[in-house]
Write a protein that binds this ligand. Structure first.
Ligand code: SAH
Length: 240
């Protein structure tokens, strides 16, 4: 299409307007564009189809959950350091685990391994309430702050060892573990509702782990499906 003088003029006017935009607003729209791109290339193109999950991933500002020095990397196809030797998972893994959870808007969810709080925020977009436990008190504190600042009223963060779950709020429709145990903790199986699902990476620390989905049927019988090889930080015990 030939460029008309009006279009050129329009472009100049638009650019002048851009120059007057505050740098914060400019950065925010850059992040939004990066997020849309992340969802298309890293997540939808790799087979995540659930539109509710894609829309939550487009909405949650991942850059608000990483340390300032990592912000410019927030939408890259990789895990990132979040302090205390821990990492925020790669965006695709967060989306895949969320899709596997088959979340419903009435669900109550338990997450073990709050880390940055990002996965909790993605789940919070889809369900009624997220209870999340983080063993590193400094991370629990930071995650709580980020979630509060972004207005997530339906997430409760607790510092502690998640191996034993959170019996006061059990049973849960969904349990998601975002650190790898070498076996599925029995207290967490016990705290899963009949008809509920657990998404968990299982395996030894030094090797690849298996991402598994456990389903508890209405009779209490548990079946396990192995989904994909993954690498997670280990689920530690308070005695470690
Ligand atoms: N879901 C996080 C990423 C998790 S990384 C996010 O979205 O950012 C795994 C986290 O599990 C780490 O922060 C680690 O400290 C925590 N963790 C390890 N063992 C744990 C345990 N027993 N109970 C609770 N959290 C644990």
């Amino acid at each position: 299409m030939p460029i008309s003088p009006y279009m050129i003029c329009g472009a100049i006017v638009f650019c002048l307007f851009c120059a007057h935009e505050s740098s914060a607003a400019g950065a925010a729209s850059e992040y939004t564009a990066a997020r849309v791109d992340m969802v298309m290339r890293q997540i939808a193109d790799r087979g995540v189809r659930d539109e509710r999950v894609l829309s939550a991933m487009r909405k949650v500002p991942r850059h608000e959950f990483v340390p300032a020095a990592e912000r410019r990397n927030a939408y890259r196809d990789t895990p990132l350091p979040i302090g205390e030797g821990q990492t925020i998972s790669q965006p695709y893994i967060v989306a895949l685990m969320t899709e596997l959870a088959e979340a419903d808007s009435s669900d109550r969810v338990l997450e073990i391994g709050t880390g940055s709080g990002y996965q909790a925020a993605v789940l919070a977009e889809l369900v009624r309430h997220v209870y999340t436990i983080e063993i590193e008190p400094a991370l629990a504190q930071r995650a709580k702050q980020a979630l509060d600042q972004l207005g997530y009223r339906n997430v409760t963060v607790r510092a502690g060892d998640g191996y034993a779950g959170w019996p006061e709020h059990a049973p849960f429709d969904i349990i998601m573990i975002t650190a790898a145990p070498d076996h599925v903790p029995q207290p967490l199986i016990d705290q899963l509702k009949s008809g509920g699902r657990m998404v968990v990476p299982v395996g030894p620390i030094a090797a690849t782990q298996q991402l598994r989905v456990l389903e508890k049927d209405t009779t209490g019988k548990v079946t396990t499906k192995v989904v994909a090889p993954v690498r997670f930080v280990p689920l530690r015990r308070n005695s470690d």
